[in-house]
Design a binder for this molecule. Structure first.
Ligand SMILES: NC(=O)c1ccc[n+]([C@@H]2O[C@H](COP(=O)([O-])OP(=O)(O)OC[C@H]3O[C@@H](n4cnc5c(N)ncnc54)[C@H](O)[C@@H]3O)[C@@H](O)[C@H]2O)c1
Length: 379
């Protein structure tokens, strides 16, 4: 077996996403034949004991409590940014200047201006860069993109997507702090638009091309919350819910909704695309299935078919078990790491890059501007 080149990883953050990415790096080499062997070198968190426990549990060789030490460390090849959104820009720019490869969690930044500064920094430094819009790499979602690219749907008329949750309905949920930073605009940038719709938009731009015009409405249902940082009741500045419709450059119409107030829904991410010849739909709660309707089928058997995406000739599945056995959420991170490492071995970027994610940020900014102004916004 050819000797693999070691790739030393510096993980910044030790929360939800740091786990998902660490798991992906640990498993990827067992399922994908790659030129690089990822090495979990250093994990960085603010609390030393907690970070040490994370390092022990995931197999990191060392810990740091200041991300600058990770970025400056000449032994680190790849910096992983898995911290709240307000920290992405400073870390990414420093990592780019230090010549590191970078994987950054989504949203790339709090707004498009910040995302552009980061994009320019990685492009100027010429470092490999990638943004973790992981849902692209759920096999059924990748298959949907393949069917569209092959022209199976024909001309696209409608693109519809939702991302619904219900965890902030209680007015007692605070804003800010280590567990509820997503409700603090200074840290998160925006509410559901940057957090949830960014996923829908990333996939929509990838599958259906650029958005040209947007009309949006947002709402903040709970206007004041206690700050977990100051203990004071303060105005809430994020969007709790957002709905927008848009035109795509290919002439199709888009309709998107996201909220954290849809009682009963924990992470209902769905999309449906209607074309001249066929339609497809997908639902995160049934993530290994793609629903497909083809008008060209013989009339007597025409109807929606539920494709169980588990066969070896379907995206990514030849790397896993046998046909019929499905995989889950965490595998989307394994796939993105595999694609990143495969491209990196050739000195190339996998997608989405920072520039791709900047386009998503531009759409998010346009949504928020349209909602504030009560006007259509052109991109
Ligand atoms: N791809 C996805 O579907 C997905 C899902 C969840 C979160 N995210 C994104 O991932 C990022 C992190 O979210 P999360 O859910 O993992 O958050 P989290 O709150 O679970 O973890 C954040 C981590 O950052 C650490 N941290 C905070 N300040 C730090 C500092 N100065 N130095 C080092 N570490 C610091 C915290 O200690 C914590 O371990 C966010 O940008 C979020 O939007 C993406």
């Amino acid at each position: 077996m050819a000797t693999k080149k070691k790739l030393n990883i510096g993980m910044i953050g030790r929360g939800f996403m740091a786990k998902a990415h660490s798991n992906a790096f640990r498993r990827v080499g067992n399922f994908f034949d790659l030129a690089y062997e990822p090495v979990l070198k250093t994990v960085c968190g603010t609390n030393e004991a907690g970070t040490k426990a994370f390092a022990d549990s995931w197999g990191y060789e060392s810990v740091a409590t200041d991300w600058r030490r990770v970025v400056e460390d000449k032994n680190i090849d790849l910096v992983e940014i898995c911290v709240p959104n307000n920290l992405h820009a400073e870390i990414a720019i420093a990592a780019a200047e230090a010549g590191k490869m970078i994987i950054c969690e989504k949203p790339l930044a709090r707004d498009a201006a910040e995302a552009l500064t980061m994009t320019e920094a990685v492009e100027k430094a010429g470092v490999l860069n990638f943004v973790s819009f992981n849902y692209r790499r759920i096999p059924a979602v990748t298959l949907a993109k393949k069917l569209i690219d092959e022209g199976k749907l024909g001309k696209i008329f409608h693109y519809r997507a939702n991302f619904l949750q219900d965890w902030t309905i209680s007015a007692d949920v605070p804003q800010g702090g280590k567990d509820t930073w997503r409700l603090d605009a200074k840290t998160a940038g925006s509410g559901v638009t940057g957090d949830l719709l960014a996923h829908c938009i990333d996939i929509a731009l990838w599958q259906n091309g650029p958005i040209t015009d947007i009309n949006a409405m947002t709402e903040t249902f709970v206007k004041e919350r206690k700050s977990a940082d100051t203990g004071k009741v303060e105005p809430v500045k994020i969007d709790d819910a957002c709905t927008f419709f848009c035109r795509f450059a290919n002439g199709s119409m888009g309709n998107f909704e996201s909220t954290r107030y849809a009682r009963g829904h924990k992470a209902l991410f769905t999309f449906e695309i209607n074309g001249e010849k066929a339609s497809i739909k997908w639902d995160l709660h049934d993530l290994h299935r793609l629903q497909y309707f083809d008008h060209r089928d013989e009339g007597i058997v025409r109807g929606w078919r539920s494709i169980h995406v588990s066969d070896g000739d379907q995206p990514y599945m030849s790397h896993w078990w046998v046909p019929g056995l499905q995989i889950g959420y965490e595998h989307s991170f394994v796939h993105q790491v595999a694609d990143f490492l495969e491209a990196a071995a050739k000195g190339e970027n996998a997608r989405p890059t920072f520039r791709d994610a900047y386009e998503t940020s531009r759409v998010c900014d346009a949504i928020l501007k349209s909602a504030t102004d009560g006007q259509w916004v052109s991109l």
